[in-house]
Design a protein around this ligand. Structure first.
Ligand code: ADP
Ligand code: ZN
Length: 728
């Protein structure tokens, strides 16, 4: 330990508590150093903190309390503290909220160095009961990870006795392991697959960037199946070979299992994983190991960016355009942007991989801020699917039906050839709207600005915003008429019904996130589909991402117009990305694929761009439109979200802020609104948004800070700043 402060000296400690300031304490006996993890008294409690620097000295010395103790953990590095400060400044979130992200590992402090853990064994109990099966299911779902007894029992919803009862048969293993159990070594020198010439060229460029030891960002663009993963794994190998650590971010937990196996095949051992589906024991272990440099490669969700890497040399953001990289609650940040920030502070390389990059990354590459590498063909024999529209105006489609005769014919042809077809509809549930045919009432959530969606499979109405569910009523809640409630519009469950009627002999599988209660169930289903155990797959955007179905040769998009409605400026970009991703599912095996898009507007420029695949043309047109409007990425935006139980309170504060905008006008920024936020009401809180728009180079954050500094929030009103909002 470095002793920066002798016992009794004044030190500033940052805690993860929602107080936006560093608090003064006295250094404990034995002193402490900057970056030390400490426990400090706060009111009647003891909380975790990090020694951030010397105390500010503005607090009455007689009332100062000493730091309770210094914890046995590697101090937080200056680089990490710098990252948290810069991230807090950029996102205008309190530093304490950033620290919370960086200390999300369950804190043990000075835990015993050995701990008892439970994991799956090869045995089977002679008598299987429901609770026992739940324990084994849980262990399987977590893919070999270790649990504590309490966590395993809680996760499986059984008593600890049930878990213990599985030990004698060897179905569950009970072991004492060191808390700091190292990870098996990955061998970066193992040869990967022989790369195709364009892969080789891209890999060489990335490897030399990594070898330079400095910061840089590269956009790696390539159609799905072009071998991007293989290319960035070469960069990972280079990084590990240098003795530095690498981080690969994936947008979906569902994709990690396949990816982990792929890395294992490549480097001879499984890397560490970090996401919400990882047990506490493992998170704690990873958190410590990553700090010692003993986790070489971490595969994880966006929050992995806040792990205390000892020497991070490479961050890969796979599917960089994915909107799930934006954290929309608590500290609002985009993991892609934070990856670039973190890398620039620790001299690491960033690889942004995507078949359909975000306009932001495309523009950064155009402007020369990012390097760009393109993989233009699919690896090996596989060709990109042929794309065509089905003009719904010319189809004979009775009400309550969504599969046009043309599409049905194409599906039938695939079935006859023993191939698979995917029908894509980005709507969960049975029907998006339930309407009363007597009075016209549409059933809505009591707490949100959202319709209740019928889920026939669950036999309930569900609010997709807050998750509230209720039984499907017999009578109209508004007029009381009986038997008059009718579903309107299609969801995947309803589409499955229509499919079963049209193709009575076909095996139909529905892939929608709400139909799978465990990650394992989903994984099993995906494997079964890949193995040919379904003829027709019906899916939401869950199927658009990454999965490989070799027998799939036809993709039918039920409603290509769905994403183009509404006034969001990003709608075109999102639809383009989603449609190209979905189409990319077809023809990943030997046979050429076809994608058919059902649309009422086949001449819409976005639909045309999707068809022709003229991506550069599409981006240039989008870019021109955004530039003309001064919108991101050619201008800067920030959202101010005000929420309150009563809409009026939020609107009043919004109006007050909009009128008192001198601090914004000083930098030439404009404020728009207040208007209902994109999610206008959720969980009983009304949400109102102000949008602040500034020129590209303007000091937006500083101006917003000045603007909001004098604001006294009325009781009940909450304010959150959303820098670079997703919708505008
Ligand atoms: P992407 O990440 O661009 O979607 P992948 O890297 O997953 O593409 O590659 C698509 C498929 O092609 C995978 O099954 C992968 O194993 C295979 N593949 C890619 N590159 C090679 C190569 N050089 N040699 C053999 N197979 C390859
Ligand atoms: Zn709701």
């Amino acid at each position: 330990m470095v002793e920066d402060f002798a016992a009794g000296a004044r030190v500033g400690v940052l805690t993860a508590e929602p107080l936006d300031r560093v608090l003064d304490y006295l250094a404990p006996e034995g002193g402490c150093g900057i970056g030390d993890f400490v426990e400090v008294p706060l009111g009647p409690r003891r909380v975790l903190g990090v020694v951030w620097g010397a105390g500010a000295g503005d607090f009455d010395a007689a009332r100062l309390r000493p730091v309770a103790r210094v914890l046995d953990a590697a101090p937080m590095k200056a680089e990490m503290r710098g990252f948290l400060e810069r991230a807090a400044d950029y996102t205008l979130t309190p530093l304490s909220a950033m620290l919370r992200l960086a200390t999300r590992a369950p804190w043990l402090g000075d835990a015993p160095s050995m701990q008892r853990v439970y994991r799956r064994g090869p045995g089977l109990p002679d008598r299987m009961t429901d609770p026992r099966a739940r324990v084994l299911d849980t262990l399987d779902a977590y893919g070999g990870l270790c649990f504590t007894l309490g966590e395993l029992a809680a996760e499986a919803g059984v008593s600890t006795t049930v878990v213990k009862g599985l030990i004698p048969s060897g179905a569950v293993l009970e072991e004492d392991t060191p808390r700091d159990r190292p990870y098996p070594r990955l061998d970066p020198a193992r040869p990967g697959m022989a790369l195709a010439p364009d892969q080789q060229q891209a890999a060489a460029r990335l490897c030399s960037a990594v070898a330079s030891g400095g910061y840089g960002t590269t956009l790696l663009k390539g159609v799905t199946g072009s071998g991007k993963t293989e290319v960035y794994l070469a960069a990972v190998a280079e990084c590990l070979g240098q003795g530095r650590q690498a981080l690969v971010l994936l947008p979906e937990i569902a994709l990690t299992a396949e990816f982990l196996s792929r890395v294992e095949a490549r480097f001879g051992a499984r890397p560490a994983e970090w996401h919400s589906g990882v047990t506490m024991v493992e998170r704690r272990r990873l958190w410590r190991m990553v700090g010692q440099g003993d986790a070489q490669l971490v595969v994880g969700a966006r929050s992995a960016l806040f792990l205390p890497f000892r020497d991070l040399g490479l961050i890969v953001v796979d599917e960089e355009h994915d909107s799930s990289y934006k954290q929309e609650e608590g500290a609002l940040y985009n993991a892609r942007d934070m990856a670039v920030l973190r890398a620039s502070l620790c001299s690491a390389q960033v690889v942004l991989a995507s078949a359909t990059p975000s306009l932001e990354s495309w523009a950064n590459a155009e402007a020369g801020k990012y390097a760009r590498l393109d993989l233009t063909s699919r690896f090996g024999e596989a060709e990109l699917p042929e794309m065509a529209t089905i003009d719904l105006r010319a189809e004979d489609l009775p009400p309550g039906r969504w599969i046009s005769p043309t599409l049905a014919g194409a599906v039938a042809a695939r079935l006859a050839a023993g191939q698979q077809a995917l029908l894509f509809l980005n709507r969960r549930g049975y029907a998006p709207v339930t309407v009363c045919r007597a009075c016209g009432h549409m059933i809505a959530c009591d707490h949100c600005d959202a319709r209740m969606v019928e889920h026939r499979f669950l036999k309930r109405l569900v609010c997709h915003q807050c998750g509230e569910t209720r039984p499907i009523p017999e009578t109209c809640p508004s007029c009381g008429a009986a038997g008059k409630l009718a579903p309107v519009g299609p969801g995947v469950e309803r589409l499955a019904e229509e499919t079963a009627e049209l193709f009575p002999g076909a095996r139909v599988a529905v892939l929608s996130s709400d139909l799978f209660t465990t990650a394992r169930a989903l994984k099993t289903q995906i494997k079964a589909i890949a193995g040919g155990e379904a003829d027709i797959i019906i899916g939401t955007q869950l199927v658009a991402k990454g999965h490989n179905f070799p027998l799939l040769t036809l993709v039918g998009v039920i409603d290509a117009d769905l994403g183009l409605q509404g006034s969001d400026m990003r709608a075109a970009e999102r639809t383009f990305q989603l449609m190209r991703q979905v189409a990319g599912r077809a023809g990943r095996g030997a046979a050429r694929g076809v994608a058919l898009l059902q649309t009422f507007q086949p001449d819409h420029p976005v639909i045309r761009a999707i068809l022709t695949g003229d991506e550069e043309g599409f981006w240039r047109a989008e870019a021109a439109e955004r530039r003309a409007a001064g919108m991101p990425p050619y201008g800067r935006l920030a959202g101010i979200i005000l929420s309150a139980p009563e809409a009026k309170a939020a609107f009043d504060l919004g109006t007050h802020l909009a009128r008192n905008d001198a601090a914004l006008r000083r930098i030439g920024a404009q404020v728009y609104g207040p208007a209902p936020a994109p999610i206008a009401r959720i969980r009983g809180r009304h949400r109102v948004r102000l949008l602040v728009k500034a020129a590209k180079g303007a000091p937006l954050q500083a101006a917003i800070r000045d603007w909001l500094a004098p604001v006294k929030l009325p009781a009940q009103v909450r304010l959150a700043v959303d820098i670079d909002p997703q919708s505008f």
